[in-house]
Design a protein around this ligand. Structure first.
Ligand code: MG
Length: 158
């Protein structure tokens, strides 16, 4: 089964109290949080990690983007793709990605913001709202089973 994780960075792999900085001086990424994500993802047979964060707007040659990729690689993770948004409609970008990738059978979304996800029931039921990945809660009162399983793994490893 092909599973996908739509990954936001700020508020998931860092928080406002993160001390580390990127090469360009922005809030960096916490190793401990990447490690939690990596352990969860290892529980799945096949996972596509899709960047939905605004970090996707950087070009692959930018120092901060290289920094992001190296942080993920340190724990055996790599990005399979990224969404494309129109006017910061992050949910729409994810819907478009799913349409273009019918091989994805189920997914979760990690994000510290709600954006317009509520407009799409399928996304809302798969949204995990974070304050740092270890502090995670369901967006929906009726989360999808895959969302419940994913959250249980996060709790297990954090
Ligand atoms: Mg964020």
């Amino acid at each position: 089964m092909k599973f996908a994780v739509f990954l936001d960075i700020d508020g998931v792999l860092n928080t406002r109290t993160t001390c580390e900085h990127t090469p360009d001086g922005y809030t960096g990424i916490d190793d401990a949080r990447v490690e939690i994500l990596a352990k969860v993802i290892k529980k799945y047979e096949s996972v596509d990690l899709i960047l939905s964060s605004d970090w996707k707007r950087m070009s692959p040659e930018e120092a901060d983007y290289i920094y992001l990729c190296s942080k993920l690689e340190k724990y055996g993770l790599h990005l399979s793709g990224k969404t494309v948004d129109h006017w910061y409609n992050r949910g729409e970008g994810i819907c478009k990605y799913l349409e273009e990738h019918p091989e994805i059978e189920d997914f979760v979304i990690l994000d510290d913001n709600q954006f317009e996800f509520k407009d799409f029931e399928k996304l809302w039921e798969r949204l995990l709202i974070t304050d740092g990945i270890e502090r995670v809660k369901f967006a929906s009162n009726t989360p999808a089973i895959e969302t419940i399983i994913f959250r249980d793994y996060i709790k297990l490893f954090s």
